[in-house]
Ligand binder design. Structure first.
Ligand code: PLP
Length: 387
């Protein structure tokens, strides 16, 4: 069985080399795709070590597990078939019938729907609160087991008091779980400030090319082992060919995200100066409510921003007139994307529910890619001028 290299000190080196097979398999510089569902048995006593794609233990999985653990600064990691599979398997690993979880009230829509419609069928209750100003204590119940938050929330790009949330979780012996998709380990490593489990939609920044769907979980070996157990039974393993693509995408993570940090800041500043942009949500702006926390915890504020125009019609015209970004959902890839959350991710809600969350018809969400920042700024300005 192949051995896998240890981690290095720097993230820039780990993103390329941590966990690579040692010695290289048949001299191959990159990890070959192990397109074999099953593997030869060892002796009669080794059935417990059986290798099979659904058990996430092919060489392609092992490399990614070691690499992601090195990137998140955790003992262990696991890849899954999607971000949703990473999240639901993790929640099911730490919650059972009769348990309760507390979560921020602005989460990725798929998780909100799961908490509202699927988790209750399994006897799992949740309280969702606007956690910007604290307020966790009031929601605590004797049966509360988990706290769940996102590092930067979608689509308003809020940054919560993450250190206070960890302290609260530790005080009440809760498992703290954070979705680190929007920041990526380049900008923030939640385990460094004490989060127990980190989840990702690896579809986004980790892969970065808008061409696969994948998820990841990172944490202590004991925490990850609990998720592995659930994932093995639910069957949400990642196919080896997609593992290969994720490993390839990951190698440029640092380069991409650093570029996206700088370009998003440049675009956010330009939008903030434009008379047709009513408000820009980006923690990198000095005026943003999340600026102070992000400055303390994050190395950069990422490639995601959102802004309000003055009317729904202006927002619609902006999306029509912008030339470089594509009008599409998802995020975190090399192509810049624009989308109106009220017309996409939040379409299923009533207008008053959307308004209560700040997701009005004049809101536009932007995922900044790796194109020329100057050209993006010029394009956004011309589209707003004409909107
Ligand atoms: N978490 C966040 C923050 C997301 O934006 C998404 C998807 O958009 C997910 C999780 C779900 O990930 P996936 O689509 O890979 O299942």
């Amino acid at each position: 069985m192949a051995q896998y290299s240890k981690k290095f000190a720097a993230l820039d080196t780990n993103v390329v080399h941590a966990g690579r097979p040692v010695p290289n398999i048949e001299g191959a510089v990159v990890t070959p795709i192990f397109q074999s569902s099953n593997y030869l048995m060892g002796d009669e006593t080794s059935y417990g070590d059986v290798r099979y794609i659904r058990l996430s233990n092919s060489p392609n999985h092992q490399v990614l597990h070691a690499r992601l653990a090195a990137l998140e600064g955790t003992e262990a990691a696991l890849v899954t078939s999607s971000g949703m599979s990473a999240i639901t398997s993790t929640l099911l690993a730490f919650l059972q019938a009769g348990d309760h979880l507390i979560a921020h009230d602005k989460l990725y829509g798929g998780v909100q729907t799961w908490l509202d419609h699927e988790a209750p069928r399994l006897g799992i209750a949740s309280s969702r609160i606007d956690a910007k100003g604290g307020g966790w204590e009031e929601s605590l119940r004797p049966e509360t087991k988990v706290i769940y938050v996102e590092s930067i929330t979608n689509p308003l790009m809020e940054v919560l008091e993450l250190e206070a949330i960890v302290a609260f979780a530790q005080r009440h012996h809760l498992t703290s779980i954070i979705d680190n998709t929007f920041t990526s380990p380049v900008n923030f490593r939640p385990a460094d400030i004490g989060f127990d489990v980190v989840v990702h939609s690896a579809t986004k920044y980790l892969n970065g090319h808008n061409d696969i769907v994948a998820g990841a979980v990172a944490g202590t070996a004991a925490h990850v082992e609990r998720v592995v157990h659930v994932l093995n039974h639910l069957g949400g393993s990642l196919d080896p060919h997609t593992c290969f693509l994720l490993e390839r995408g990951l190698k440029t993570l640092v380069l991409r995200v650093q570029r996206q940090n700088a370009s998003a800041l440049q675009v956010a500043r330009a939008l903030a100066r434009h008379p047709k942009a009513r408000q820009v949500n980006y923690a990198g702006l000095e005026s943003d409510p999340g600026h102070e926390i992000a400055g303390r915890l994050f190395k950069g504020c990422g490639g995601m921003l959102s802004f309000y125009t003055h009317t729904a019609e202006q927002a619609a015209r902006f999306v029509e007139r912008v030339r470089i970004p594509l009008h599409a959902a998802s995020l975190g890839g090399v192509e810049s994307l624009v989308v109106r959350p009220a017309r996409s991710s939040h379409l299923g809600m009533r207008p008053d529910e959307r308004a209560a969350l700040g997701v009005t018809d004049d809101l536009i969400r932007v995922s900044i890619g790796i194109e020329s920042a100057d050209e993006l700024v010029a394009d956004f300005e011309q589209a707003l001028d004409e909107a």
